[in-house]
Design a protein around this ligand. Structure first.
Ligand SMILES: Nc1ncnc2c1ncn2[C@@H]1O[C@H](COP(=O)(O)OP(=O)(O)OP(=O)(O)O)[C@@H](O)[C@H]1O
Length: 599
């Protein structure tokens, strides 16, 4: 209930006046519908069923008095004319109100979408380390859809409630006792139907869990499709996926069963009630026929509204877990917010290293609840405009060190300084504004090479773009592509090889004119030729900016000014390439091993 209340408050805050306009039109539509029903009385009197003026409905007799003064042959056309007018006005209002409903729903959905995206973008890196990427896909597809459906359901519920209230008032006016009888019956039904609501809520929670697993399964499976195909694991994966789909199917069928059961219950109960109602009216209350007829007309329209209220309520309860997930994510993002990247805030002036960057007794743990440190007691100095290579086995802590150096994560103990000043507060973002980072899995948009490059500098001229491509040793292969710079890179860059993709991303990094270039060199993506090209680029850039490279192939970093060797989170060797290759430690061993492998 609490989340529904929050939802309504947000919707109210967001839509404000439109929400009230919507409610006013709903009220008018219901009123017109009520008047339409009352017009049945003079209509029936014309048909001779009973005479106008003899019906025992307060006010109606007075209201229909002008009709009675008309010549007989005009009564029917006037009543029908009024009826047509009423229906046309009502339908027009209905049309406007439907559009307004959609506008409210869609703009609120857009608002939620933007809000979630903004929250995510403003969260720090540690937050992303803890989360599964597929959970975000899940939020943006299933949960946001469910939450925005909530607006439609809520507005539908309000419509039904307003309609019901007006029709009930009308019915009270016609006959207090009969209406009371119907309302008490409706209330008893609603009390009994609470079990359906509870069940709907638990099915909704289950839907969230299942669709979350579904998203992450799809993500994992297609990321690992090569693994699946090459290891002939199709059967196992099919089995696993089938089991998940079975559970989803079961869940949805359960919800459909719940809805149909509650509708069945309502309809059966209505049949019993209507029978009792008519018997009671005729035999006990001796209600006049014309009144009874009107009440029956009203309730035959009203009763489906009761079941629609019930069904909307069940659906709302089924979709609240979607909104709960958004609220949960919002709270997590708020706790992980990086204040400096608030929208509208001027971009940080890049912080350029004048002399050096240093780590002093830096310790870092991914989870403070565990004893394992990803990095311990790190002390190092990176001089400005030098090239530093970080090497070590897998899991040694290379990426963690880079993340600390570019301010994505903060040391648990110790400090990082730039030109002697600690890297804290706004300086972290100022530093990041001067960093270009090329990851192991270079990210390219499904767009042209030009668009991908201009992402960092929309005004970059062709000359500047080609210069960057030259620096990244990518110019010759881009020139050979059929459309050159206009070539559209396929989904996640599939139409380019791993090495080519990495060189385009390197060109983009260079185009940004960074003062620090960080390169997480991919082993898998690079063949010897590509590796030589990357080495060429690094040698070309050396001396003009600070380069930090995670090197898997030691031949790439032959010209590095210093090499840092990590093992189990500690620096075990540090020095120039030549110096370390002469020593007997891990680096020498790695170097000999790689030269033997290469032949
Ligand atoms: N998000 C994370 N949560 C918890 N532990 C992590 C996380 N990322 C890395 N670690 C752990 O921290 C340690 C260092 O990992 P890191 O990724 O820095 O190593 P690496 O040298 O870059 O490895 P690789 O060469 O395989 O990329 C490892 O023990 C790893 O399991």
């Amino acid at each position: 209930m609490k989340s529904i209340w929050i939802y309504v408050k947000r919707l109210h805050h967001f839509a404000g006046a439109k929400l009230y306009l919507n409610m006013i039109s709903m009220t008018l539509i219901s009123l017109f519908e009520g008047i339409g029903i009352l017009l049945l009385v003079p209509l029936l009197s014309v048909s001779g069923l009973f005479a106008v003026g003899q019906v025992n409905i307060p006010l109606l007799d007075q209201a229909t008095a002008p009709l009675r003064s008309l010549p007989d042959h005009l009564i029917l056309p006037v009543i029908l004319g009024l009826y047509m007018l009423l229906i046309i006005v009502q339908s027009y209002l209905q049309k406007q109100q439907t559009v307004l409903n959609i506008e409210i729903q869609q703009s609120f959905a857009r608002h939620l979408r933007l809000q979630v995206y903004r929250d995510l973008l403003q969260s720090n890196w540690s937050f992303f380390l803890r989360k599964r990427k597929s959970d975000f896909n899940h939020i943006f597809t299933s949960e946001l859809t469910r939450a925005s459906q909530g607006t439609h359901l809520f507005l539908r519920l309000v419509t039904s409630l307003i309609f019901t209230a007006i029709q009930v008032a009308l019915a009270f006016w016609l006959s207090f006792q009969l209406t009371l009888f119907v309302l008490v019956s409706g209330l008893l039904l609603a009390l009994y139907a609470r079990r359906f609501i509870r069940h709907a809520k638990s099915l909704g929670t289950r839907t969230t869990e299942l669709s979350q697993s579904y998203m992450s399964a799809l993500n994992d499976h297609f990321n690992g499709i090569k693994d699946i195909k090459s290891n002939l694991l199709e059967r196992q994966h099919m089995g696993w996926f089938r089991a998940l789909c079975d559970r989803m199917e079961h869940n949805m069928v359960q919800f459909a069963k719940l809805q149909t059961s509650s509708q069945f219950f309502y309809k059966s109960a209505s049949a019993v009630l209507i029978a009792l109602f008519i018997y009671f009216s005729f035999e006990v209350l001796k209600v006049p026929v014309e009144q009874l007829l009107l009440i029956i007309v009203i309730f035959s329209r009203l009763w489906p509204r009761f079941s629609s209220i019930q069904s909307s309520w069940e659906q709302i309860m089924q979709s609240t877990p979607g909104f709960d997930s958004l609220l949960e994510l919002e709270a997590e993002c708020a706790a992980a917010r990086e204040q400096v990247i608030r929208e509208g805030l001027a971009l940080q002036k890049p912080l350029r290293i004048q002399h050096s960057m240093e780590c002093r007794q830096v310790h870092y743990r991914y989870n403070e609840a565990y004893e394992t440190y990803a990095l311990r007691d790190i002390n190092l100095r990176i001089p400005a405009n030098s090239m530093t290579a970080v090497v070590g086995k897998s899991g040694a802590g290379k990426s963690t060190l880079i993340d600390l150096l570019i301010g994505l994560i903060r040391p648990e103990q110790g400090e990082i300084t730039v030109d002697g000043v600690p890297l804290t507060g706004d300086r972290v973002f100022a530093l990041r504004a001067s960093v270009s980072y090329v990851s192991q899995e270079p990210f390219l948009f499904n767009s042209s090479i030009r668009d991908n490059l201009q992402l960092v500098d929309p005004d970059a001229t062709d000359a500047k773009i080609w210069e960057a491509l030259e620096f990244a040793s990518a110019a010759s292969f881009v020139r050979d592509l059929p459309q050159g710079l206009e070539t559209v890179i396929g989904d996640r860059g599939v139409r380019l090889s791993g090495g080519e993709r990495q060189r385009i991303v390197l060109a983009r990094a260079i185009l940004r004119k960074p003062s620090i270039l960080v390169l997480d060199e991919a082993t898998s993506a690079l063949d010897t030729e590509n590796e030589a090209k990357i080495k060429e680029s690094l040698d070309r850039l050396k001396g003009s900016l600070t380069i930090i490279v995670i090197a898997h192939r030691l031949s790439t970093i032959r010209n590095a000014d210093q090499v840092i060797v990590l093992e189990e989170g500690r620096i075990i060797q540090q020095g120039g390439f030549q110096q370390l290759s002469g020593e007997s430690g891990t680096f020498g061993k790695l170097l000999r091993f790689q030269s033997e492998m290469n032949g």
